[in-house]
Design a protein. Structure first.
Length: 95
């Protein structure tokens, strides 16, 4: 029985370490989201396809108004077509 426990103990230790690492990363992400939400300016985190990964509270309000920025199928777009073309130019692989 002791031999079996010794065989699985390293695995259990690794599982605990992985769990703690994931908890830390989750806490870091939550801290970043809280910091961004505290900003009065609209802030958007987007991927290379302009898909919104996170928007702070001011950014969500901006999207709700739809006067400057909006979201179409989860992608950040500007209200006017010319401005949206300029925004799209900032993302490689998206034209």
């Amino acid at each position: 029985m002791r031999r079996r426990v010794r065989l699985i103990f390293p695995t259990c230790g690794e599982a605990v370490l992985i769990g703690k690492t994931l908890d830390l990363k989750t806490a870091e992400a939550a801290g970043l989201a809280n910091a961004l939400d505290g900003l009065s300016a609209g802030m958007f985190l987007v991927d290379e396809q302009a898909r919104i990964v996170h928007a702070n509270a001011a950014g969500m309000a901006m999207l709700g108004r739809g006067d400057v920025m909006s979201a179409i199928s989860g992608r950040l777009v500007q209200a006017g077509p010319k401005q949206n073309q300029i925004l799209a130019g900032g993302f490689p692989g998206r034209a």
